[in-house]
Design a protein around this ligand. Structure first.
Ligand SMILES: *Cc1c(COP(=O)(O)O)cnc(C)c1O
Length: 302
């Protein structure tokens, strides 16, 4: 009998690193299922259910659901609780990509926004994103140590035995063998700030995001993404009416060289401007400076 092939469920908004994952693991990009999103760019649960059912019928093996806690483009959090339920019901691995947004768990005010993350089988979370340590410091969490062991544990006569039963040799829990002490910079920042200190930094940046949203609104811009995280995607009636484009605005901003932002395509829609606040140094006057540049560029290109 032909063995069924594994399938991975994600959306158009999922980070493209999963394309690399599919290639590297040998599953191939045929394994990727791009599930439609709803109007808020979250994975559509009904569409996920029907795709899983259809795959089962046609001999595929549903392997993993990828939920994103804070998409790169728009800070959208997939319905993690519901994804966890579907995963449990069908016996599918539930991975949460929390590369940037995962840091919300450190803030009592924001952590409700990523509820359901605690039900993941595995989580990726990058300290070099919102925890402000130098690149790179990606972290991987998995609640199934036996799975990690099966993949990576190995004994070699030339390696010393673990000093004690409760020590874990990193070379036996990850693909890499030799590596730098990447965790040290995270440890030092955490020792200095504590989780509550980090929580304050993160909440402060979310507040700066709220401030930017409010000011954009006052100036006649329209924020198009719905998130409590400080990623702000926005457009202007002048752009929607075709009087100017985001690339013209950006070109002017880049030529002046005072600030840098980018544009992005959300879902299947038109380009919008995108700002992501990830520095605890960002303050209201930085945001006013950004707004001045944006407004200058808009008026200049009309
Ligand atoms: C940045 C990002 C990644 C890529 O992570 P790196 O560890 O920096 O390669 C993956 N997923 C999301 C949602 C991201 O924002």
């Amino acid at each position: 009998m032909r063995q069924s092939r594994p399938a991975i469920y994600l959306t158009s908004e999922t980070h493209h690193s999963f394309v690399k994952v599919a290639r590297m693991t040998g599953l191939g990009t045929d394994a990727l299922r791009e599930i439609p999103t709803d109007s808020r760019l979250m994975m559509d649960i009904d569409a996920l259910q029907s795709r899983i059912d259809a795959d089962r019928v046609s001999g595929w093996h549903p392997l993993m659901i990828v939920g994103t806690a804070g998409t790169t483009s728009a800070g959208i959090v997939d319905p993690l609780e519901k994804l966890a339920e579907v995963a449990t019901e069908h016996g599918i691995w539930f991975h949460v990509d929390a590369a940037w947004g995962g840091s919300a768990v450190l803030s009592p005010r924001l952590k409700g926004g990523v509820a359901g993350i605690e039900r993941a089988d595995s989580i990726t979370w990058d300290a070099h994103k919102w925890l402000s340590v130098p690149m790179g410091a990606g972290m991987f969490f998995c609640r199934h140590p036996e799975a990690i062991k099966r993949a990576f544990a190995i004994t070699a006569s030339y390696m010393p035995n673990a000093i004690a039963d409760d020590t874990v040799d990193p070379y036996a829990t990850i693909a890499q063998w030799s590596r730098r002490a990447i965790g040290f910079k995270v440890f030092m920042a955490l020792a200095e700030l504590g989780t509550s200190g980090y929580g304050e930094l993160i909440e402060y940046q979310a507040q700066m995001g709220d401030y930017l949203r409010e000011r954009l609104h006052q100036l006649g811009w329209e924020v198009v993404n719905e998130t409590t995280l400080p990623v702000i995607c926005f457009t202007h009636p002048d752009i929607q009416q075709g009087l100017l484009s985001t690339s013209e605005i950006l070109q002017t901003m880049y030529e002046r060289g005072h600030v840098w932002i980018s544009d992005v395509v959300l879902g299947k829609q038109e380009r919008v401007l995108r700002v992501c606040i990830t520095s605890f140094h960002t303050n209201e006057s930085d945001i006013e400076c950004l707004l001045e540049e944006i407004e200058y560029a808009r008026q200049r290109n009309l």
